[in-house]
Design a protein around this ligand. Sequence first.
Ligand code: PXP
Length: 260
Amino acid sequence: MSKLRLGVNIDHVATVRNARGASYPDPVRAAEMALAAGADGITAHLREDRRHISDADIDALVAITRRRGRPLNLEMAVTPEMEAIALAHRPHAACLVPERREEVTTEGGLNVVKGHNVITPLIGRLSAAGIRVSCFIDADPAQVAAAGSAGTAVVELHTGAYCDAVRERSPHAPALLEKLKAAAAQAAGLGLEVHAGHGIDYETVKPIAAIGELVELNIGHFLIGEAIFIGLGPAIQRMRALMDEARANSPGELAQVGQR
Ligand code: PXP
């Protein structure tokens, strides 16, 4: 099974900075540290209300990721303003996310079924500009099918419901993990690259990372929180090690070992 990529979302470094209206901590410095610690790419969400990442942060993140030859994944709402910003910067990837002003985080996946008429042409325009487009969707068969027919190259499965269920010790957690597995298999069957993210921590990362179809995880809030206690580099290295352990112990890998 291939190595799973880790995209580190540095939004909440900017949340801390903005809490004081100061110039620090700097999310761009966090991105540099994340790459040095083994992150495969950087993810940032430029929200309509600019509550964390700013336009100037995006300018700087584009520059440093380009200089280091690492991918920047711009999370963006399906709006003309964000489309213009994406087309001006041409990041490696753009992940289309739903956005509501009153939410504290991206609470659910994009409704590609309902928004098909707007999302499909947007994917076309971003893809034509050389941007690899991803749709952030719930692990729902109808959404996976709609994303496939909308022409996206990638789907990112929303892992928030599963991660919350694990933390709350809910009896629904196993069923939610099965839904993620089924959605990953369905998306890969449609020829889509499959990513996952939201709410992942040290406990939930291993069952998610063991889903063989996944090629990338995007993780932010937990890593930035953990960085307060152990530093950003060590937090990323520990997450990376857990991802690698999950891959090494997954059934597909054991079957391959058996064949050697
Ligand atoms: N993927 C997407 C599309 C997101 O919107 C977010 C949150 O910004 C993440 C991944 C990372 O989630 P978390 O910060 O909970 O790790």
